[in-house]
Design a protein around this ligand. Structure first.
Ligand SMILES: Cc1cc2nc3c(=O)[nH]c(=O)nc-3n(C[C@H](O)[C@H](O)[C@H](O)COP(=O)(O)OP(=O)(O)OC[C@H]3O[C@@H](n4cnc5c(N)ncnc54)[C@H](O)[C@@H]3O)c2cc1C
Length: 386
């Protein structure tokens, strides 16, 4: 077994969560031993670029900001890339790791951080396993997806949520022929009121994307998807973007408390005080927060805690910029279950929608077109998440 120093920090995952935490921790503590174990290649990259890179002509290599070797040097950390963690042994304070050659090793930890991310939700319908449906959730996926697409290909995109709409806009901008299917009546159905959703559908439609809203694929065969209204779409490649499921298996097998994600308290500790979780895999007291700004706040707070100064997570309202050049949009959704109504201002592309409680308090907003400039001032008026 490889023994990490007694107080050493082992981070599982080298996404924006794991690497931002390591960077913040190194700023506060020059001495602590940091080991990062990651199933992927360990490159540092910005995941949000995956749904905006095609139209800019960027391949996976040009999205890489730093190699794992450069990251190890910058962070003064050990990085075990292409090493998959198979189990956490809490009694021995070790993790069991499958090395690239298939052998297993054990690594000891003082404090363990789970920054394991989330898996794409699989689209399950007749024939879906054999229809070549792809997902793009990391650099390897992006490289494979780019390699699969020939110029002008017909792409069928399942899911018109935030990420699906971004992919649709990006692929249309890169010259592909894009069709989108979603059971919701308008794109970003869970984040936008009807008027803004319809404006988004119109803008993406003008960018050449054809929508099949209120529809689902009921049967897949290679190159053909049958919809629930009896129509069919022929495609060359299909991409599914119907949401993410936090990676919780390692945590639940280790006996940690797991609900929708790995449960953490206000200091990001799991039900084991030596194990923390953050990023897409964690369920905070404010719920799942699968976005960059909360992840940055988590990394700062957790780094301070790991450096010896317990620091609870504080989260202001955090608006998300939707990367759809056809219609710039910013969303700051109300907390799940919030009661209220959307109040609209403006017309056409340039709109402001405020989600207002029966007591007249603004709980969330969405902005489109020229009004996206109001995001910072409006965010200050929103209730804190934590
Ligand atoms: C296409 C796309 C566009 C997005 N755009 C935006 C945006 O515009 N704005 C925004 O705020 N958010 C956006 N998001 C969300 C944001 O990118 C994520 O919230 C964030 O990157 C998650 O980081 P993470 O470190 O938690 O997870 P990940 O980046 O998924 O990292 C997880 C890490 O865990 C490793 N891992 C998993 N299992 C194991 C194992 N068993 N052993 C070892 N290692 C393991 C993986 O290899 C990986 O290194 C987007 C997401 C996607 C997919």
């Amino acid at each position: 077994m490889d023994r990490a120093p007694q107080n050493g920090v082992v981070i599982l995952g080298s996404g924006l969560g794991g690497y931002t935490l390591a960077r913040e921790l190194r700023k506060l503590d020059a001495q602590v031993s940091i080991t990062i174990v990651t199933a992927d290649g360990g490159e540092s990259y910005s995941k949000p670029m995956l749904s905006a890179a095609f139209a800019q002509g960027k391949d996976a290599l040009s999205l890489m900001q730093k190699s794992p070797g450069q990251m190890a040097e910058d962070l003064k950390a050990t990085i075990l890339a292409r090493h998959r963690v198979a189990a956490i042994r809490r009694d021995a304070k070790t993790v069991v790791i499958r090395r690239p050659d298939g052998d297993e090793m054990e690594l000891g930890y003082g404090r363990l951080v789970l920054a394991l991310g989330a898996d794409p939700r699989p689209y399950v319908a007749e024939g879906s396993e054999t229809a070549g449906l792809r997902t793009v959730n990391d650099l390897d996926d992006y490289a494979a997806w780019r390699a699969a697409l020939s110029p002008g290909a017909r792409v069928l995109l399942v899911g018109a949520g935030l990420i699906g709409s971004e992919f649709a806009n990006d692929l249309a901008g890169a010259g592909f022929c894009v069709a989108v299917v979603d059971p919701a009546p308008w794109p970003l159905g869970r984040l936008l009121p009807q008027a803004l959703g319809e404006e988004m559908a119109k803008a993406l439609g003008e960018a050449g994307i054809s929508f099949h809203l209120g529809r689902s694929v009921t049967r897949w065969s290679m190159g053909r998807a049958e919809l629930d209204d009896g129509s069919a779409i022929a495609y060359d490649q299909a991409l599914s973007a119907i949401g993410l499921i936090p990676r919780t298996r390692l945590a639940s097998e280790a006996g940690l408390v797991v609900e929708r994600g790995i449960k953490v308290d206000g200091s990001l500790a799991t039900s084991d005080p030596a194990i923390f979780a953050m990023g897409d895999c964690a369920e905070t007291p404010a719920g799942l927060l699968p976005f960059i700004l909360p992840l940055m706040a988590e990394a700062k707070a957790l780094a301070a805690t790991l450096a010896g100064c317990e620091t609870p997570l504080k989260l202001p309202a955090l608006p998300v910029v939707v990367k759809t050049p056809a219609l710039p949009m910013v969303v700051c959704p109300p907390a799940p279950g919030a009661v209220g109504d959307w109040v609209m201002e403006g017309a056409g592309r340039d709109r402001k929608a405020l989600f207002v409680s029966p007591q007249g308090k603004a709980l969330g907003f969405a902005l489109s077109g020229a009004r996206v400039n109001e995001r910072q001032s409006l965010a200050k008026e929103m209730p804190d998440l934590l």
